[in-house]
Design a protein around this ligand. Structure first.
Ligand code: PLP
Length: 397
């Protein structure tokens, strides 16, 4: 009780009604309160805990690295084994010629870096994003929230970045707005906070072609979709499209704060001259975070977790889709938006879920659907149990 009171007094808040669930410990697909109430974690820290809570490999790697060394010098000056090994391992998995990673601290910072990079590399200024996109909360990333939906979040913080425009996701017609003036186009492969909106594969191909035609760089924001969430290590591989730049964060740090911008060496080299120090960051690529990220990646690979994602997502879908309160399920791998059609239903369901021991959430631009994005390590038995609770909760609506 005292902790909850002090939380409200001393910890900065972002909403007038925080969830207020006190966490004591977390393990695998669950977290627990001090009175040992168990919650199925269907949010996973918003697609962060892909390898499960308290993953022993990640903990061991962090302990080893923390004992060897933590922070030594600002990013990019010293040769640090965890950074090098993680960058090399990621480069092996990246599509095509993307072979180099610039490490940062978070998703929003990765987006900032990508925006600066495309401007610096092309010498152009125009930046294009998609309507209903979410890319982070810093000034630059917030500027790329698609309008008009993003306006509610942006308007009180203007002026934001100039020369930014948004086009419609999946609109072939709107691709004409990408021109020789455009430095870069920023796009989620699957729109997460729009409520899991899947791309038309033909449109993604046309987007790639248009960017190449006019010399604009294509940036994929894989911050939510990366590291196996959609059933491939990176969602762009699902569609066979190679962007010029990929932004990574969330699960990229294996539960620790880490972001990355992947591109070809010669593109990332733009930051090294005229001026040099094009983006600098003290803690970016922190060795303990890179050790955690690398251990998480190896865990995914060694246990064939990514290969199991599609069938687990399909199992979730099949076990609940016939419930009469569900209008539609939009899904990519283990990222699901379960559409109820009414926000009143959703707000009530969140209360019921809390009682029943399920942690879910709605989406920034879609408060009529609830989120299922559990740790990718969730077992089939756990999915079955979880879906029984979801159905029981929906019955109570
Ligand atoms: N991009 C996408 C697609 C996201 O979903 C998010 C966070 O939800 C971000 C960027 C921002 O990441 P961060 O919260 O680490 O700044």
């Amino acid at each position: 009780m005292i902790l909850r009171k002090q939380f409200l007094e001393h910890v900065g808040q972002t909403s007038p009604s925080p969830m207020m669930i006190e966490v004591e410990r977390a393990e695998g697909s669950f977290f627990y309160t001090p009175d040992d109430k168990r919650y199925f974690d269907l949010v996973a820290g918003v697609s962060v805990s892909n390898v499960g809570h308290a993953n022993p490999d990640v903990i061991a790697a962090m302990q080893r690295q923390a004992a060897d060394y933590m922070h030594v010098m600002v990013y990019g000056e010293m040769v640090e084994r965890p950074q090098v090994e993680y960058a090399r391992s990621i480069a092996e998995l990246l599509p095509g010629e993307l072979n180099c990673v610039y490490f940062v601290n978070s998703g929003a910072e990765a987006v900032e870096v990508a925006l600066k990079l495309v401007k610096r590399h092309t010498g152009r200024t125009e930046l294009i994003s998609m309507r209903r996109a979410y890319h982070g909360s810093t000034h630059g990333a917030m500027s790329m929230m698609g309008t008009p939906e993003g306006e509610e979040w942006k308007s009180e913080f203007r002026p934001l970045l100039p020369d930014v425009k948004s086009i419609n996701f999946n609109s072939f017609e709107d691709l004409k707005q990408i021109t020789e003036r455009t430095a870069g186009v920023l796009c989620e492969v699957v729109q997460g906070e729009a409520g899991v909106r899947l791309p038309n594969p033909e449109w993604l191909k046309a987007l790639r072609e248009r960017c190449t035609e006019v010399g604009a760089l294509l940036i994929f924001d894989e911050i939510q979709t990366g590291m196996g969430r959609t059933g491939e290590m990176f969602a762009c591989s699902k569609y066979g499209i190679e962007p010029d730049v990929i932004c990574l964060a969330k699960a990229f740090g294996g539960g620790m704060p880490l972001g990355g911008v992947a591109a070809k060496r010669k593109v990332l080299d733009s930051f090294t001259h005229s001026p040099c120090l094009g983006h600098i960051t003290t803690f970016g690529g922190h060795p303990v975070c890179c050790a955690a990220g690398l251990a998480a990646l190896n865990y995914l690979k060694n246990n064939n977790i990514v290969e199991s994602v599609e069938s687990k997502g399909a199992l979730f879908e099949s076990l609940i889709k016939d419930h009469d309160k569900i209008l539609e399920i939009r899904r990519s791998g283990l990222l699901l938006a379960v559409e109820l059609g009414k926000s009143e239903y959703l707000y009530r369901l969140m209360e019921i879920f809390k009682e029943e021991g399920i942690m879910s959430d709605w989406f920034l631009y879609c408060d009529t659907a609830f989120r299922i994005s559990p740790p990718l390590t969730i077992s089939e038995a756990e999915i079955e149990e979880c879906c029984t609770i979801i159905r029981r909760s929906l019955d109570r609506l």
